[in-house]
Write a protein that binds this ligand. Sequence first.
Ligand SMILES: Cc1ncc(COP(=O)(O)O)c(C=O)c1O
Length: 358
Amino acid sequence: MTNRIINFTRGMPPSDVFPVDELVDCSRAALQRDPSVLLQYGRSPGYPPLCAWLAQEMGIGVDRVLTGNSSLELFAFVTQLLLPPGARAFVESPSYDRAIALLQRAGAQVVGIPLEPDGVDLAALEAELRRGVPALMYLIADFQNPSGVTTSLAKRQRLAELAREHGFWLVEDAPYRYLRLHGEPVPTLLSLAPERVLHLSSFSKVLAPGLRLGYLVGPSETVTQLAAWAVDTYIGPVLPTQGMVYEYCRRGLLKTNIARLCELYRPRLEAALAAAERHLPEAKGCRPDGGFFVGLTLPGPVRMDELLRRAAQVNLKLSDGRGFFPCPTDGENFIRIPFSSVTPEEIEDGVARLSLVL
Ligand SMILES: Cc1ncc(COP(=O)(O)O)c(C=O)c1O
């Protein structure tokens, strides 16, 4: 049982799902059609036809769209431009480890707001707001990384109200939004408070992360400021990728690809939930409706260092739960099971090994 390494650290698509032939074809078509734009310097906000396609998809003006080399890089620009030194920044606790790291790197005082199965604890948020209004609050409202939680509509509405009332930015990071495996979509924070939301997403989870192609939607003045910041950083994002992806979208292939991915991930999510119920019945977590992750809080005292060491002995690789919490000791008991790049059999085997180690 313990021969093969099972890797529960990777929040990525499996490499065999990339539509290679279609992308090769789209790349050739794009470069042949528009070489003088795609191979020349071009400025942020990015390849105009792609920006226009994104704007049309989202039903907004193109002046509200900025593309960049990954959503993470766009978030880095947000932290550099919109966080005055020493500003407070709120995140869900737990949250995406790299976002916490970028906020800390920008010198923010990062405050974690405990996450409940339907979104952040609003009483805790309001108490923190009384202590000091943040420059921004970073949230992953759909199928959160690492917990799998989706913020309810009622909580989204309250978040939108609070952002308006106190004048802080909501940074809505939504890379998993289109990977809904069950149920109906919940309106975005962007749709509820367009003037206070910077919405981030990318083609990483719905097409291929190696493309490094992300986008941001926000009020046009802020998008203009961020685009100027991007121009001063790298003039413009990588355009051949943008041309290839635009061609892919223009041909209507993205929706088919997303449907194909959902078919692949649905049984993996079910396998993760069933394995958790069978082998870790006392662990607490939500039942995610999509995305890549099931997050679990283990019962009783757990020493994370010891857990990671013993898991490695049975060839199980785990992420350190503490990395997802602005206050790392809050994550001693936290485990993230990424189900996207492991088969249902590996998920079952991996969770069984975890329970053995525990
Ligand atoms: C919540 C979240 N945001 C952003 C990213 C990174 O996205 P991108 O590849 O567009 O930088 C990830 C990747 O794991 C993620 O989980």
